[in-house]
Ligand binder design. Structure first.
Ligand SMILES: NC(=O)c1ccc[n+]([C@@H]2O[C@H](COP(=O)([O-])OP(=O)(O)OC[C@H]3O[C@@H](n4cnc5c(N)ncnc54)[C@H](OP(=O)(O)O)[C@@H]3O)[C@@H](O)[C@H]2O)c1
Length: 259
């Protein structure tokens, strides 16, 4: 099975921590040249220094905010790279019930998750078509399949990203480009810490109690490590996944209650 990514250029978004960082490390380990994207330049530099270069890989970063799609697109165009792999990933929307959500919260989440994914795809697809190789992988959430309580704006926007992605897969498949979604379950990152702390504050329960309840909902009885999500992402990015297109891959230890 060919998992080798030598001479492939990967644009990995939201890569200063968590799932994005683990994905950048895994793709670079398989030989890819990685361009990191996030807001915090200090952390970008730290991650850059952790990426392996033993196979001649060359890595760089772009500082950009996913709340400004136009600027993001300009900055990516200026890198003048052909990208073979795009990992669409950014911070999750704030938690809370959908009924009380403000219009601004929906707009921000739509911009950050859908509009930014879209401008990135528009930037990288011409190069992917030239190369006859493209892997677009969207990090979404299992809420695409089953809404999660207390994540109202997130549940809503994730559905939109899922359908955008499936539509793109239909349009781009003929060019050797695949578009797939990885749906993480509860994964031990800053995002999960925020969600747990938020629940603890709201319910008056301890962080340990909330964590245990959440782990008990997972057949695996534990949270995922970011590397376990990154492994699925790296496989989908490889030649080995060439005939896998337009699907959702839940990586959730079996938590989702449907197929
Ligand atoms: N962890 C979980 O349990 C879980 C479960 C299901 C789905 N997910 C989803 O998977 C995705 C990644 O999750 P994670 O847990 O790895 O999140 P995380 O630990 O919060 O990391 C988010 C990454 O995105 C970057 N980012 C955040 N806001 C940004 C913005 N406005 N512009 C550019 N970059 C931004 C952050 O870097 P900077 O701060 O440097 O910009 C960081 O590198 C999120 O959409 C999350 O909701 C996570």
């Amino acid at each position: 099975m060919n998992l080798n990514l030598t001479h492939k250029n990967a644009l990995v978004c939201g890569s200063t921590q968590g799932i994005g960082k683990a994905s950048a490390i895994q793709l670079a380990t398989l030989g890819a040249n990685v361009t990191l994207v996030a807001r915090n330049e200090e952390k970008l530099n730290d991650v850059l220094s952790e990426l392996p270069t033993d196979q001649g890989q060359s890595h760089t970063y772009v500082v950009a905010d996913f709340l400004d799609p136009e600027k993001l697109q300009q900055k990516i165009s200026r890198t003048n790279h052909i990208y073979h792999i795009l990992i669409n990933n950014t911070g999750g929307p704030a938690a809370g019930p959908v009924f009380g959500a403000t219009l601004d919260e929906f707009e921000r989440a739509f911009t950050q998750h859908l509009k930014c994914n879209h401008v990135l795809v528009q930037s990288v697809v011409p190069g992917m078509k030239t190369e006859g190789y493209g892997r677009i992988i969207n990090v979404i959430s299992t809420s695409v399949k089953q809404p999660l309580n207390g994540l109202g704006v997130s549940n809503t926007i994730r559905g939109a990203v899922g359908n955008w992605s499936k539509t793109l897969a239909n349009e781009l498949g003929a060019y050797g480009i695949t578009v797939n979604n990885v749906l993480p379950g509860a994964t031990a990152t800053e995002r999960l810490n925020e969600i747990i702390n938020n629940k603890a504050k709201k319910t008056g329960k301890s962080v340990e109690e909330i964590s245990e309840t959440m782990m008990n909902e997972v057949p695996a009885k534990r949270f995922a490590k970011p590397e376990e999500i990154a492994n699925a992402i790296a496989f989908l990015a490889s030649e080995a996944a060439s005939y896998i297109n337009g699907i959702n891959v839940p990586v959730d230890g079996g938590r989702t209650k449907s197929l």
